[in-house]
Write a protein that binds this ligand. Structure first.
Ligand code: OXD
Ligand code: MN
Length: 589
């Protein structure tokens, strides 16, 4: 057979994969629109995808996953490094030999009767010093078509790889979508990922969480850079200056909304603009200028559909109107379009829900799955930054951490310095969401929003963060935000969405030393009068409340952090221990 690459390692990987899965055919994805169009037709012919109304939603398709396969499976996700200790206390671990043998057993022959597709893809702009190449083999057309949106796919990747370049190997097989045999396995020491028995995006689009976070975080530590679960956005000022920030939030906590924020009217009238560089993942390096530079390695948005609407995120909605794949949302049979909770009010009178059942507003169930998704090309986003395709990335002025916290954490605070900022990231906790299987709304620690995505020992990861601060002579300032504070009646106290611009404005002013702040037990908190409250549904009194630092609560939080930290043992950097001791002391003062 003639191969589209002379890279022997790629050929060997594809041949071994075919030997294992025993597909009827092997098809190499070249990235051409003809080939992708052919695959769309095939997927529609078999019912794997449904073609939507091409006038209202040109290039858009619909897909349902199996009912038992709708979110990331953190309990079945493993880091398979040789020493268990190196996976750390927050990851599941399996011995690589055992894991390879188990996966081979599960996957053997499961591609029989199917085609195996070989997807060469680049995370990052092809040819950028940040970018890295992966090859995913899969028996799913849905995966091919999603990867073609989420990454840069095609033969140019082989050109970049050359005859003996290295790449990340990804083996995906749907097998029987058996939840008992579903495994998402990472072999960071071998640049390898194996995913079996799932068809849900986060488990099978191997460029995303598996490569761009779990494997990349491991590579980043080895090579001196960072892979983070962060959006990247740019703010353009009325005088044309641009500032960039990266922000880490746990899954389904509004990263896509923040990344595509539309500023309140009076900011727009003055000429402020927010542009999106990325909504989920940032790869960050130290530049020659001593600043941290970030790129978004992805090429599309795999966003949570419910809640996305003309008001909450018109930019994301616009991005989904063309060339998008919708998964597990509801179908509107009246015009063959899609619907999800929150898209319009009231809901349509009749839909087909994500399970394929007839649905009416009084059915008593959700029409779209809470973790239903759109896979939309980044180019379709009206506020996409010019820097999106930049090979160098963008210089960061600020790093922001945030979780979903009903109490305790104020709307915003700034760390005292880089090391204290690493502490602030490490103590993030948030209520769980539908993005992963398991109970939702449970408060859990999620340091830097990386708990499910760090490919090695999290204690070493904290140390790597401290190290990066030393390497950067001019690092970004670090902040924490919480859009989710609730009052006694469980109502959100901050309106969020576009109004979050007011907090970003304060953050960026702090980066220029253009505004004062109150020094508190936890760091620098805004004075209420420094947050712009023009035309907002939030009073100064409410703002004072959500900026209040309750020392008693923080003292209890400090005890909680101490018990969370115990699991890291000697790996916990001294800088973090010191910050914790300072917090406790400040709360008692
Ligand atoms: C995602 C997630 O899909 O974090 O981005 O689950
Ligand atoms: Mn994410």
């Amino acid at each position: 057979m003639a191969y589209p690459t002379a890279n022997k390692k790629v050929i060997a990987f594809v041949e071994e994969s075919a030997k294992l899965g025993c597909p009827d055919n092997v098809v190499w994805i070249d990235g051409s629109s003809e080939q992708l169009e052919q695959l769309r037709s095939e997927a529609c012919a078999t019912g794997e995808m449904i073609k939507l109304n091409q006038e209202k939603l040109p290039g858009c398709y619909y897909h349902r996953t199996a009912q038992n396969d709708v979110a990331r499976v953190e309990d079945r996700t493993f880091i398979c490094c040789r020493e268990k200790e190196n996976a750390g206390p927050t990851n599941n671990w399996m011995d690589p030999k055992e894991a390879y043998a188990m996966c081979a057993e599960i996957a053997r022959g499961k591609m029989k009767g199917r085609t195996m597709y070989v997807i060469p893809y680049s995370m990052g702009v092809v040819g950028s010093p940040f970018s890295k190449i992966g090859v995913e083999v899969t028996d799913s057309i849905y995966v091919v078509l999603n990867m073609a949106i989420m990454t840069r796919v095609g033969n140019a990747c082989f050109e970049q790889l050359g005859p003996d370049g290295d790449f990340v190997k990804g083996y995906h097989s749907k097998c029987d979508i058996d939840p008992e045999k579903r495994y998402i396995m990472h072999f960071p020491e071998d640049d390898t990922i194996i995913s079996v028995n799932s068809g849900y995006g986060g488990n099978v689009l191997l460029g995303k969480k598996c490569f761009a976070l779990r494997i990349a975080s491991y590579l980043g530590r080895k090579e001196g850079w960072m892979a983070e679960h962060m959006l990247i956005l740019g703010v353009t000022y009325p005088d044309g200056r641009k500032k960039y920030l990266a922000a880490a939030f746990p899954s389904a906590c509004g990263k896509t909304n923040l990344a595509m924020l539309i500023p309140p009217k009076h900011y727009r009238d003055l000429g402020y603009k927010v542009e999106c560089v990325g909504d989920d993942i940032a790869w960050i390096r130290v530049g020659e200028d001593g600043r941290l530079w970030a790129v978004n390695p992805e090429n599309g948005f795999f966003g949570v559909a419910p809640g996305t609407n003309e008001k909450s995120n018109p930019n994301a909605l616009a991005a989904t109107r063309k060339n998008t794949i919708f998964t597990n949302v509801a179908l509107d049979p009246s015009d063959n379009t899609v619907w999800w909770e929150g898209l319009t009010k009231p809901a349509p009178a009749h839909l087909i829900d994500w399970l394929g059942n007839e649905w009416t507003p009084d059915s008593g169930v959700k029409a779209a799955h809470p973790n239903s998704r759109f896979t939309a090309p980044a180019v379709g986003c009206p506020c996409l930054s010019d820097a999106f395709n930049s090979k160098e990335g963008v210089p960061l002025d600020a790093i922001v951490f945030g979780g979903r916290r009903a109490t305790t954490t104020p709307l915003c605070y700034q760390s005292r310095d880089w090391d204290h900022g690493v502490f602030v990231g490490s103590i993030m906790s948030s209520e769980t969401t539908a993005a992963a299987t398991g109970a939702t709304g449970v408060l859990r620690h999620d340091p830097m929003a990386m708990k499910p995505f760090c490919g090695y020992d999290m204690g070493d990861y904290f140390a790597h963060w401290i190290e990066m601060g030393k390497k950067a002579s001019n690092p970004p300032k670090i902040f924490n935000v919480n859009w989710f504070r609730q009052d006694e009646n469980g109502e959100f106290m901050w309106p969020g969405f576009g109004d979050n611009m007011r907090v970003l404005d304060w953050i960026l002013k702090r980066c220029e030393n253009a505004v004062d702040a109150r020094e508190t037990a936890i760091g620098y908190v805004p004075y209420a009068e420094d947050i712009d409250l023009e035309d907002i549904d939030c009073t100064k009194e409410t703002l004072e409340k959500i900026l209040y630092v309750d020392k008693a609560r923080w003292s209890a939080e400090a005890d909680e952090i101490a018990s969370f930290y115990k699991q890291f043992g000697d790996k916990l950097p001294a800088e973090l221990k010191e910050s914790l001791a300072t917090l406790k002391k400040n709360c008692e003062a």
